[in-house]
Design a protein around this ligand. Structure first.
Ligand code: M6P
Ligand code: ZN
Length: 224
């Protein structure tokens, strides 16, 4: 059966009219367990899940061949029904570490063209990579405790932990949004965030050599 957009919208509205579907709630971050006090889904991403995402494929291979598979990040989501008007809540912890010269990071993804998101950084230090899907312009943003980032629709996003401690952030996104990983898996983002041993600042941003020349992105200065 084909459900048209207007039928879907109508069904969503019916859903939202039912009070029983909309019980409000408060959730707490449990510092000891390092997770939310309740969630509908918990995911752990290890190096083996991110094989295609780190630049230095040889180092990835060597680490895995030695039988190591470090946890890069984990996240808990409270997933609400996929209807217009509902929001999901995500909590993510990225561990500190490096694969070759590249810092631990999320896979990163693109949502649909009309789907925004908000990230709230609770602790740690990171770079939020935002890439405009149409223009390919890269907007790198420095985030730390209490930073709140608005991710406009159409911007792919990845978080990189450049600190010595875990980086924790909260995400609020549309419950009916879609996550597209294929594009990131294929070509990565336009920049890499790598260790910088010759400066007081321990990281630097470099263009992603895997992007072919025609697809090179314009990189804006880091927004503090
Ligand atoms: C945040 C949100 C989630 C996302 C998660 C991990 O919690 O943006 O939607 O799934 O981070 O990031 P990724 O999906 O890129 O692995
Ligand atoms: Zn997202």
């Amino acid at each position: 059966m084909v459900i048209t957009q207007s039928k879907k919208r109508f069904l969503d509205e019916i859903y939202l009219m039912k009070d029983s579907n909309l019980s409000p709630f408060v959730v707490k971050f449990n510092k000891t367990l390092k997770e939310l006090s309740f969630y509908t889904k918990k995911s752990v991403r290890k190096l083996s899940d991110l094989k295609e995402y780190f630049y230095d494929e040889n180092t990835v291979k060597k680490i895995l061949e030695k039988g190591n598979d470090p946890e890069i990040y984990s996240f808990c989501d409270i997933e609400r029904p996929k209807v217009v008007g509902e929001l999901n809540l995500g909590w993510t912890q990225i561990n500190p570490g490096l694969i070759g010269n590249e810092f631990y990071m999320t896979k990163g993804h693109f949502h649909g063209p009309n789907e925004a998101e908000i990230y709230f950084c609770q602790e740690g230090e990171g770079i939020l990579i935002l890439e405009n899907q149409k223009t390919r312009i890269i907007h790198p943003m420095y985030i730390t405790e209490s930073s709140i980032a608005y991710i406009s629709p159409g911007f792919g996003h990845r978080v990189v932990n450049v600190g010595k401690l875990p980086l924790i952030f909260i995400a609020i996104y549309l419950a009916n949004s879609t996550h597209d990983y294929e594009k990131v898996k294929r070509e990565g983002f336009g920049i890499l965030v790598v260790r910088n041993q010759s400066s007081r600042i321990p990281y630097k941003i470099i263009p992603n050599p895997k992007r072919d020349k025609e697809n090179l992105s314009q990189i804006l200065p880091l927004k503090q």
